[in-house]
Design a protein around this ligand. Structure first.
Ligand code: GUN
Length: 294
């Protein structure tokens, strides 16, 4: 069994980007600038956005955090989005999800200028991705593909079972794994809450990508020997013995599933760090595309 070490690979990617940024600085060019919009004070979102901004600083990117109060109206948020669309200093930005319930998430994501949409959530980017055209690929699926590529995991002709049909992970993952190319060319089954007898499907899988957010969902008796296991779950479980008051766990019963797996991602330290690295990669791409439009 081999651990797919997302922390190590994400650090490599960040180092590669940092080298490019240092060269831009030497040439006297503007460095990539990522902005993040956060509405409210959801604990997990604060952690993720904080981590994204810190990573920007570390590799030499400019970053801007637009932190708005929970009671921000949809109209006010849309005005911020329009400002970011028009701001020539910003190469790319994200609106952290989930948004408060009184705001229509789809309306906000539709307002993001596609060329600055480094999350790849706008229908233009999602559609281009599905058609194998140049786009921004959502950071978590992009990170999983990169993790498979850099670890030379064989995927061609394999049966990949994706668990979860979210717009952020499961749905794009199912598209990417079925496409032509490195770390792809799979036969894909996309499963979800209405799937009947999911175990009969996961038992046939060469690769399982679980993006459900249910701790310990995937157990050893659901997995065949030698399967590749990608755990996208990041759930906070309350635990008073921990200083933070919780611990982080994935969807997979790691202790038992790892005994059968050929490759497996840990949680934390697997998919999570890759998501941030690929957001930075998308920002680098956004800067190049921004410069080519001038
Ligand atoms: N919430 C959970 N994952 C993500 C992500 O990748 N991007 C944004 N913007 N929000 C998220």
């Amino acid at each position: 069994m081999q651990i797919l070490d997302g922390k190590k690979i994400s650090n490599q990617i960040k180092e590669e980007i940092a080298v490019e940024v240092a060269e831009m600085k030497e040439r006297g060019e503007k460095v990539p600038h990522l902005a993040a919009v956060l509405v409210g004070n959801d604990g997990a979102s604060l952690t993720y956005v904080g981590s994204k901004v810190r990573s920007c600083k570390k590799i030499g990117f400019e970053s801007t955090l637009v932190h708005l109060p929970e009671e921000t109206t949809e109209e006010e948020l849309l005005a911020h989005v329009q400002r970011l669309n028009a701001d020539d200093a910003i190469d790319g930005y994200i609106v952290q999800l989930p948004l408060p319930k009184h705001i229509d998430e789809q309306k906000v994501l539709m307002a993001v200028y596609p060329d600055k949409d480094v999350d790849g959530f706008h229908p233009t980017n999602f559609g281009k991705m599905a058609l194998d055209m140049e786009s921004f690929i959502p950071a978590t699926p992009f990170g999983i593909m990169e993790l498979l590529r850099r670890n030379k995991v064989e995927t061609a002709g394999k049966h990949a079972v994706v668990i979860g049909r979210s717009h952020i992970v499961g749905r794009p993952m199912s598209i990417l794994m079925s496409q032509k190319g490195e770390a792809a060319n799979c036969t894909v089954t996309l499963t979800h809450s209405r799937t009947k007898d999911i175990k009969s499907l996961t038992l046939q899988a060469d690769i399982i990508i679980s993006a459900l957010g249910v701790p310990n969902f995937l157990k050893a008796d659901m997995v065949k020997d030698g399967a590749v296991i990608i755990d996208v779950g990041i759930t906070r479980v309350p635990d008073e013995t921990k200083e933070r008051g919780y611990y982080i766990t994935g969807d997979v019963d790691f202790e038992n599933v790892s005994k059968k797996a050929s490759f497996i991602t840990p949680v934390p330290g697997g998919v999570g760090p890759m998501t941030i690295a690929m957001l930075l990669k998308n920002t680098l791409l956004a800067r190049e595309r921004h410069r080519s439009r001038k």
